[in-house]
Design a protein around this ligand. Structure first.
Ligand code: MN3
Length: 207
């Protein structure tokens, strides 16, 4: 029994149909997210007690404190654990549209407009080579929101950034339905974004 359990998906696996199919959701959660969780627990068990006692968010934000022989495993599996639990909540049935409130203002301030943000996010995330994530992040050092691509499962937290909205572009996130058509998957993903969740994440780190 490890420290972390597989985080729940806050809706049924078929809730995001037709944009993200139920079979992909089920495999993504019960196989992929479960494996990151299990391997994070296994890596933590090989770490000193003072690391084990820290929350994974704090560990990812201070990865240099992790022993060298576990750093890669914690980066990958801890990132995978945290990224996916954000990703599930970033989405909902009948989502999409545009954000309102302070996150909408922050996006306008950084990107010019929502449509410019959407274009930059989509066009850059499509081009991620191999596996990775596109992120809208909050940068505490500039007090701005930014776009950031991250490779594999590396968390934006390892760069001092706070993840707000992530798009998983590993093939396991879309291949059953979209095969090689990553642009179609990203276009569809905009229809399931839970902007209330993104807004709450922003307000929590800026207020
Ligand atoms: Mn994934």
């Amino acid at each position: 029994m490890g420290k972390y359990e597989l985080p729940a998906v806050p809706y049924n696996y078929d809730a995001l149909e037709p944009y993200i199919d139920a079979r992909t959701m089920e495999i993504h959660h019960t196989k992929h997210h479960q494996t990151y969780t299990d391997k994070l627990n296994a890596a933590l068990e090989k770490c000193p007690t003072d690391i084990q006692e820290k929350d994974i968010v704090e560990i990812l934000s201070n990865l240099d404190q992790v022993p060298a022989d576990q750093k890669s495993a914690i980066n990958f599996n801890g990132g995978g654990f945290d990224n996916h639990r954000i990703f599930w909540h970033n989405m909902k049935a009948n989502g999409g549209g545009e954000p309102t409130g302070s996150i909408a203002d922050a996006i306008k301030s950084s990107f010019g407009s929502f449509s410019e943000f959407k274009e930059k996010f989509s066009s850059t995330t499509v081009l991620i080579q191999g596996s990775g994530w596109g992120w809208l992040v909050y940068n505490p050092s500039t007090n701005k929101v930014e776009y950031k691509s991250m490779p594999n499962q590396t968390s934006p937290r390892t760069d001092g950034l706070i993840p707000l909205l992530g798009c998983d572009v590993w093939e396991h996130a879309y291949y059953l339905k979209y095969q090689n058509k990553r642009p179609d998957y990203i276009s569809a993903w905009w229809n399931v974004i839970n902007w209330e969740d993104v807004s709450q994440r922003y307000d929590k780190v800026t207020v």
